[in-house]
Design a protein around this ligand. Structure first.
Ligand code: PLP
Length: 390
């Protein structure tokens, strides 16, 4: 008798077209090794190894004690929106209205809800490559078509954007400091990009996740932003997050800065149907993070900067290994070219499976990030200095 076929739920085409996360795959493998008692230093995920500063945690506890445990407005608590607008006014040297801010569950949700609010099916979005892979797939999940445009000397140039524009292009994504190269787009290039955005009538999403992890200016400065260029706040969104600046990646707190209150209301409407709102007590903590001393940020950035030097110098001593982006100006990654050793995915796996003495880590606990760039792999400098130099 013929066997009855097992009934399976049918996946949406939208989901079938996207791969699982390579980063998470390597993370699961390394967690399994750790569970098996191996001494593994995790360099696979771009998250700070610092604890969230205690005054921010205390603000969260206090909010919980005070009973801030109920729904918040979809666009966020007014005090957090105000604090974010104040911060944006300082960063972009302009007067930013709090009504332009939408609090989201991390930078990832900020990007997602902006895309879902403005993309029509098949609209094209220019995405720099190499880049944090989630961006490309967030575009696809929103019904858009990601158009990958290679970075030139680590930067998405105005010329490259202009060359990739079609009648379907709606957004260009700018990511500076970028992940994984840590390169920063300078003000002159941003001005050229602003002209292209105007000429081609495009919008931009400026991914500013790492803007405060910037080693190119004086202490406390942020990387240059397209939103700081005259006229650009009308057509540019910023997506940002507390995750990296304040070591709050597990809190899932970020925000979208929109061109105007109307655009923000539309983004807030979209985000309402994703997740209703961000947790109320974490928003109180976010407001404290912004309004209290920024010394904790300066300390973490100084430590990342030191680790960056150790990592870059160390990698430079390894024959056959190249650093195409040079020393990163921002974020906490380096992105060595390991092509002379073989495929980066295999290499990352091999490094994890190779037996090494329990007390030591491998000199290059690194991982592959993008299957489209199999010759490159990424090492995160968000790890302790000792581990890096080992
Ligand atoms: C370039 C970039 N953008 C956005 C994000 C999202 O950050 P969040 O953890 O706040 O969602 C990340 C996270 O790694 C990132 O690397």
């Amino acid at each position: 008798m013929a066997q009855k076929a097992v009934w399976r739920p049918r996946l949406a085409k939208r989901v079938l077209q996207i791969p699982g996360s390579g980063i998470r795959e390597v993370m699961s493998k390394s967690m399994a090794l750790r569970d098996a008692g191996k001494d593994v230093i995790n360099w696979h995920i771009g998250r700070p190894d610092f604890d969230t500063p205690s005054h921010i945690k205390e603000a969260c506890s206090e909010a919980l004690r005070r009973g801030h445990v109920h729904y918040a407005p979809a666009a966020g608590l007014p005090q957090l929106r105000c604090a974010l607008a104040k911060r944006a006014s300082q960063e972009y040297a302009g007067d930013v209205d709090p009504e332009r801010v939408v609090v989201c569950n991390g930078g990832m949700e900020a990007v997602t809800v902006i895309l879902h609010t403005f993309l029509e099916e098949g609209d094209e979005v220019i995405v720099p490559t190499p880049n944090w892979p989630n961006m490309k797939w967030a575009v696809a999940m929103a019904g858009g078509k990601p158009v990958e445009v290679p970075l030139q000397q680590g930067v998405l140039t105005a010329k490259a954007i202009a060359g990739a524009v079609t009648h379907r292009t709606k957004f260009a994504v700018l990511s500076s400091p970028g992940n994984p190269l840590g390169t920063v787009t300078g003000s002159d290039e941003l001005k050229r990009i602003s002209k292209v955005l105007e000429e081609k009538d495009l919008m931009a999403i400026s991914d500013e996740t790492y803007t405060r992890l910037y080693y190119g200016g004086s202490s406390g400065s942020t990387a240059p932003s397209i939103l700081g260029i005259k006229g650009m706040s009308q057509r540019c969104f910023a997506a940002s997050t507390f995750s990296k600046t304040y070591a709050m990646d597990g809190w899932r707190l970020g925000w979208a800065l929109c061109p105007d209150a109307e655009a923000a209301a539309a983004v807030a409407k979209t985000r309402y149907y994703f997740s209703a709102c961000s947790p109320t007590f974490t928003q109180h903590a976010g407001a404290t993070a912004l309004s209290s001393s920024q010394d904790c940020v300066a300390e973490m950035v100084a430590e990342y900067d030191q680790r960056r030097s150790v990592l870059v110098e160390g990698l430079r001593t390894i024959p056959g290994l190249k650093l195409p982006g040079g020393s990163p100006e921002g974020a906490y990654y380096v992105f060595p070219d390991v092509s002379s050793f073989g495929d980066s995915a295999e290499l990352a796996s091999l490094r994890m499976e190779v037996k090494f003495p329990q007390s030591r880590c491998s000199p290059l606990d690194t991982y592959w990030r993008s299957t489209t760039l199999p010759w490159l792999m990424e090492a995160s400098s968000a790890k302790k200095g000792k581990a890096i130099s080992e």
